[in-house]
Design a protein around this ligand. Sequence first.
Ligand code: SF4
Length: 243
Amino acid sequence: MTAIDSARAIIEAALSEFGGSLAVLTSFQREGIVVADLALQADPGIPVMTIDTGRLPESTLKIISSFEDRYGVAVERILPDPFEVNAMIEAHGRDLFYDDVALRRLCCNVRKVRPLARRMAGVEAYLTGIRRGQSDSRANVEFFDRAGSPVKISPLADWLPADVASYTRERGLPEHPLYAAGYTSIGCDPCTRAGVAGEDERAGRWWWENDAAKECGLHFTADGKTERTVDVLLRDILTKAHV
Ligand code: SF4
């Protein structure tokens, strides 16, 4: 079975299991566009969602618009709670993520993890573009991750970069312009830089953190000590945001 056939079979299985309670979650990197393209072929009505943290590069916002034009769909933007964002900025500044890993995780929690958790409350499963080869922390990603709720499905888990590139080329899919500028993984504007030859694909994310896993907490959590520190910081923000 080819990589494409395998991904199609996984998406078909997901649709038959979860039907109308399945969504695509994409950040409009290459893999996310491939998954959305495959899913929309299988079900043109499947919801496509993205997390708009408020710190995305302008080029990401443009590629979302061009994706909507191409497919004739409205991408749902999942937004952070403005009260939580304001409380965080008042307490720690807008660019708090450069100060230490726990503050960076706090920002990812407020701008990504919490908004997604709120939105996913009524969703049983979602499709992602995660590949095992993207980093060590993703090396054991399963096609169907049923450990939490919603179920996370990664039809491209076993794809190689060449599979993504050839599918993108053959389908004439839009490509994020930052790839042409040397980026190998694209997230929020202040937290992403171009890759350097020989680096892990996600090394350009939070590049100033030498030892931390290059994850925002959507797919993998931090070590216990960082998690506890983030919990304390988050409690403080939530108290201020919802008084
Ligand atoms: S990637 Fe950076 S700006 Fe985006 S949510 Fe995480 S810490 Fe905040």
